[in-house]
Design a protein around this ligand. Structure first.
Ligand code: ADP
Length: 452
């Protein structure tokens, strides 16, 4: 097992990883920017190292500074969390080249899945169903026209290097294709420094259903079931559930078997998530994330497993120690992402937290690095807390979520808590009857009603 782990992240996820390390008896090193000297992840770690100024590119994305911090503190492994360097193959390689362990998949698999075209090609070759679309990158607008005509409109132009819902544009008809092509490429160039794009059929009413997998270094692969992340705004998830209200146990088993067989063939290691669109009983792969996900707690609650602990054990060369038949699903879990954002305009709301009261009680979990007096800095992602509830059934989980949301108080800054309070009252949500487009339309309706 590792002697000391450096956590190359901040906020709630840095705390989340620290907690798993502490339970394993492994000391931790926090890294932080000058803007985060007072952050909870720094206060609660065994050691900390300042790695640069506020801008992420100079601190949390500064590979040399992070590796130096690992060397001076004597850490022998690095956990990247999510975001920042978690899907950076060059960083994973650098960590390994310096004789440390990167707690995650191999650089080769990070690279393969980081490019959505090589990911699609690899998955198709392994028998995983894809969303119909172009076989590879689109050379020019004419080839985009050809593929669009063959798969049928509407279509989606997507950046090969895409992430965070950026570099993605819909064309409803051929008349809109040129504009979508231009805008997606411009956005992709600005966001990722790479304007390569491909095309997929745009599904009109899918759910986003993803599968959590875990693989050790001995060829054992298991899945921990699905998460339904269909409640999104601008392709960004806001509320996630495990399991999906739309999926039967037999459907879960079937897609789980396909996915684990594919990853076993690939020789994949550590945690991963296969993301699918699900419509009319069919799964279609869209991408794979080679890291821990923001929404991993809902899986932990229904499977009674600590996914970060598993990641660390596997990276240390230990076998899974269980098979698919040992994985049990119990009850229902829901997570709300609490962002420091205005719940109507979604503008970020950095600033001082005057008071912070987290809900508690049976089946309630809050993953957050907030505290009263903390100043949310304007430089980073706006996620400041995750509220997770677990109960025997979905209706009970919803009742628990409502009461936990009512208890939750974050004063001084606006958050998305009031939006969640509205969502949990909606008949479509209560019925579990929603697609990836539902939340966007709901928000539009709410804003229109407020303007009247
Ligand atoms: P990113 O890496 O930017 O998150 P994804 O490929 O994971 O991009 O897609 C993000 C979201 O965009 C999906 O969850 C879904 O809501 C929507 N989306 C992606 N591809 C399609 C498609 N072919 N049809 C309809 N919606 C899509």
């Amino acid at each position: 097992m590792f002697g000391k782990i450096l956590i190359a992240n901040r906020g709630e996820i840095a705390l989340r990883v620290q907690r798993a390390c502490r339970e394993l008896g492994i000391p931790t090193v926090a890294v932080h920017s000058t803007a985060d000297s007072d952050a909870m992840h720094v206060r609660l770690s065994d050691e900390s190292v300042c790695i640069g100024p506020p801008a992420a590119r100079d601190s949390y994305l500064n590979m040399v500074a992070i590796l130096s911090a690992a060397h001076v503190t004597g850490a022998d492994a690095i956990h990247p969390g999510y975001g920042f360097l978690s899907e950076n193959a060059a960083f994973a390689e650098m960590v390994e080249d310096h004789g440390l362990t990167f707690i995650g998949p191999s650089p080769e698999h990070i690279r393969m899945m980081g490019d959505k075209i090589t990911a699609r090609t690899a998955m198709a070759g392994l028998g995983v169903p894809l969303v119909p679309g172009s076989a590879g990158a689109l050379a020019d607008l004419d080839s985009a026209r050809e593929v669009a005509a063959s798969v049928g409109y509407p279509v989606l132009i997507k950046a090969t290097a895409g992430g965070g819902g950026r570099g993605m544009k819909v064309a409803q008809s051929e008349a809109e294709l040129e504009e979508a092509w231009r805008v997606a490429r411009t956005e992709a160039r600005a966001a990722f420094g790479n304007d390569e794009v491909y095309l997929e059929k745009y599904l009109d009413r899918p759910r986003h259903i993803e599968l959590q997998v875990m693989a050790d270094s001995f060829g054992n692969v298991v899945h921990f079931g699905e998460r339904d992340c269909s409640l999104q705004r601008r392709h960004q998830k806001l509320l996630e559930e495990a399991g999906s209200p739309a999926l039967s146990a037999a459907e879960r088993d079937a897609i789980g078997a396909t996915a684990t067989a594919a990853l076993a063939k690939l020789g994949y290691r550590n945690a991963g998530t296969l993301e699918f669109l699900y419509q009319d009983g069919q799964f279609a792969f869209i991408e794979m994330n080679t890291r821990l996900q923001v929404e991993h707690p809902v899986t932990e609650m229904v499977c009674h497993i600590d996914l970060v602990r598993e990641q660390i054990r596997i990276a240390a060369g230990q076998p899974l120690g269980y098979t698919q038949a040992d994985v049990r699903f119990a009850g229902h879990a829901i997570e709300c992402r609490v962002n420091a954002e205005d719940p109507e305009t979604f503008m970020p709301t950095p600033g001082r937290v005057q008071a912070f009261h987290a809900p508690g009680g049976l089946g309630v979990r809050v993953d957050s690095a907030l505290y009263a007096g903390y100043v949310v800095p304007p430089y980073y992602d706006s996620l400041v807390a995750k509220l997770i509830v677990h109960a025997p059934t979905r209706p009970e989980a919803i009742a628990r979520l409502r009461r936990a949301l009512d208890e939750f108080a974050v004063l001084g800054i606006k958050t998305t808590l009031p939006l969640h309070q509205r969502i949990v009252e909606q008949p479509e949500f209560i019925a579990g009857d929603y697609t990836i487009h539902w939340l966007e339309k709901f928000v539009e309706r709410e804003i229109a009603a407020a303007a009247k």
